[in-house]
Design a protein around this ligand. Structure first.
Ligand code: MTE
Length: 324
């Protein structure tokens, strides 16, 4: 276990980061004006991230699962990220995530299930039709986005591995490869790699849990968790683990990354809840990106991120202050 240190995302929510996003957007627009060659140059981003390289996906919109709120612009979704494997600054993932190779990609499935094995991602996806769901993403740091994700219901994917009756939890792990992930080479990292997350089986099987392979109509940019990640929209964003290489069904509740780092601040459940403040800041509202110094764009945070109708029953009888 690592000694808890202050992760960068706990820096007080002065308007420093929004300002950076604001400036980055302006630089991005300036880059656009310079054409593709200049797209990344003004930010110092690698020229290796070219949105044009992302593959188009075929999918059907799922309006029943989608909000009609304004979507966060693509350039914010792909340039303001948390992906500590590539560094702790918000623009580090966009700068460095191209150093990870995502093709081919396979996933190890094991534990309490009847179909364990190592599966190539394309074989996993083959039987499924992709759908688009526009979800709110609420980070524990009190910013949020609205993102059109593309993927398949997590339940449909997990059922194929035939979890048995001892499977009470499902555990996920991100790629651990310091050669490709410079944040994992850092001597100052607070994270005991690999990044780990987990869900109770009934949470994983909930209709909202999403096995995500794309956004804005195309494959996921590396900085957003290519080639596939979870999206669990009623929970703080850190539960939505990226670039997954392992899925394990198990009887015991798994140890998860942020809980391991600071258990008094980040719990296993991590349901979005404006009534339970983080020990060091309020969770009553959030900055909806794009957000700037002069227009922070605060919105009220909703319990379960507004998805209570679909998920509140999962926590009936549970004290959500104890189980934060
Ligand atoms: N997954 C891994 N492997 N590593 C991370 O650092 N950060 C989490 C989550 N998944 C993280 C991760 C956090 S804190 C958030 S808010 C979301 O990813 C951010 O997703 P986005 O960058 O696509 O907006």
């Amino acid at each position: 276990m690592l000694i808890p240190r202050r992760p960068s995302w706990t820096i007080s929510h002065s308007e420093v980061t929004p300002e950076r996003v604001f400036l980055n957007r302006r630089k991005f627009m300036a880059g656009l004006a310079l054409g593709t060659a200049g797209l990344c140059a003004p930010l110092g981003l690698s020229a290796a991230f070219r949105p044009a390289d992302l593959k188009e996906l075929e999918y059907t919109p799922a309006p029943a699962f989608s909000t009609d709120e304004d979507k966060t612009p693509f350039e914010d979704v792909v340039r303001y990220n948390n992906f500590y494997e590539f560094g702790t600054a918000k623009d580090d993932p966009a700068r460095y995530a191209h150093e990870m190779s995502v093709d081919p990609w396979s996933v190890q499935v094991d534990g309490e299930c009847d179909r364990p094995g190592t599966y190539a991602l394309e074989d996993l996806l083959k039987p499924h039709a992709l759908e688009e769901r526009v979800y709110r993403l609420r980070c524990v740091e009190a910013w949020s986005m609205v993102i059109p994700w593309i993927g398949v219901p997590l339940a449909d994917m997990l059922k194929r591995f035939e979890p048995n009756s001892r499977a009470k939890y499902v555990y996920f792990e991100t790629l651990h490869d310091p050669d490709q992930m410079r944040g994992q080479r850092s001597l100052f990292s607070t994270v005991d790699w690999p990044y780990r997350e987990g869900l109770r089986m009934d949470e994983a099987m909930n209709e909202l849990s999403f096995f995500t392979v794309g956004l804005y109509g195309k494959t996921l940019p590396n900085q957003n968790g290519a080639p596939f990640r979870l999206v669990v929209p009623w929970k703080y964003g850190f539960k939505s683990i990226k670039s997954i290489v392992r899925i394990r069904f198990q009887e015991e509740q798994p140890a998860t990354t942020w809980e391991m780092i600071a258990p008094q601040e980040y719990g296993f459940y991590a349901n979005v809840n404006p009534e339970v403040d983080h020990p060091r800041w309020s969770q009553k509202r959030e900055r909806r990106l794009p957000s700037g110094l002069l227009s922070p764009n605060w919105v009220e945070t909703q319990k379960f991120n507004g998805y209570g109708e679909q998920v509140a029953h999962l926590y009936k009888g549970m004290d959500l202050r104890q189980n934060y």
